[in-house]
Write a protein that binds this ligand. Structure first.
Ligand code: RDL
Ligand code: RDL
Ligand code: RDL
Length: 156
């Protein structure tokens, strides 16, 4: 039986990260089915993810964009708790790609962060869905980052 991935994105986002995630999943797992679900904003992501998992997806990637205000940050905290609840209720991964608009003042840099984070986490999702919890063990402790260059491992 072939694998099925869910991609949930928002109209609030200023970068089309859903498209990026789909192209990475398509490349890494060519025979898999991919279902896309687009919602207005981040607080709608948890139910979007839950619906796709209920429809048989093996894992989901969500792609959200958080505005600069304190209100936006509270919205993200609520979203994050919701996304974690979905994972606990379903025992499936919901990989949370979030770009915070205050990560950079420079719009070009924000686009770079969004593309890098969405691509690297799409790859993480495919690995976890295909190979399970040992898939990333070879990278454990390596200081991997999404959206930035890797921080690297500290020497003992
Ligand atoms: O259910 C409709 C909206 O409430 C929902 O889409 C929210 O996520 C929209 N939204 C906010 O209300 C807000 O204060 C968003 C943000 N901030 C935000 O920073 N990013 C979003 N949505 O994607
Ligand atoms: O589901 C994919 C990611 O959202 C998830 O792995 C996060 O835990 C990654 N992450 C952050 O998004 C973040 O803002 C982490 C940190 N900070 C952090 O400080 N330590 C982490 N992850 O291990
Ligand atoms: O060390 C620099 C960054 O890793 C740090 O500022 C993180 O908190 C940035 N970040 C997010 O804000 C986020 O929402 C990260 C992620 N998600 C993520 O998934 N992976 C990261 N950073 O490496």
């Amino acid at each position: 039986t072939s694998r099925k991935y869910g991609v949930v994105d928002t109209t609030f986002s200023r970068v089309d990260m859903g498209k990026i995630a789909i192209s990475v999943i398509r490349k890494e797992d060519p025979d898999a089915e991919i279902v896309r679900y687009t919602v207005p904003g981040i607080k709608d992501l948890p139910v979007g993810a839950k619906k796709l998992l209920d429809q048989g997806c093996d894992g989901v990637i969500t792609l959200g964009w958080v505005g600069k205000t304190m209100l936006d940050k509270y919205s993200y905290l609520a979203t994050s708790i919701g996304l974690i609840m979905v994972q606990i209720l379903t025992s499936k991964h919901v990989i949370d790609v979030t770009v915070h608009e205050d990560e950079s003042e420079d719009e070009e840099k924000l686009v770079e962060i969004a593309k890098d984070r969405a691509s690297k986490h799409a790859l993480n999702l495919v690995k976890l869905v295909k190979e399970g919890g040992s898939a990333l063990t070879k990278y454990a402790g390596k200081g991997l980052r999404q959206g930035y260059t890797h921080a690297g491992e500290l020497e003992d």
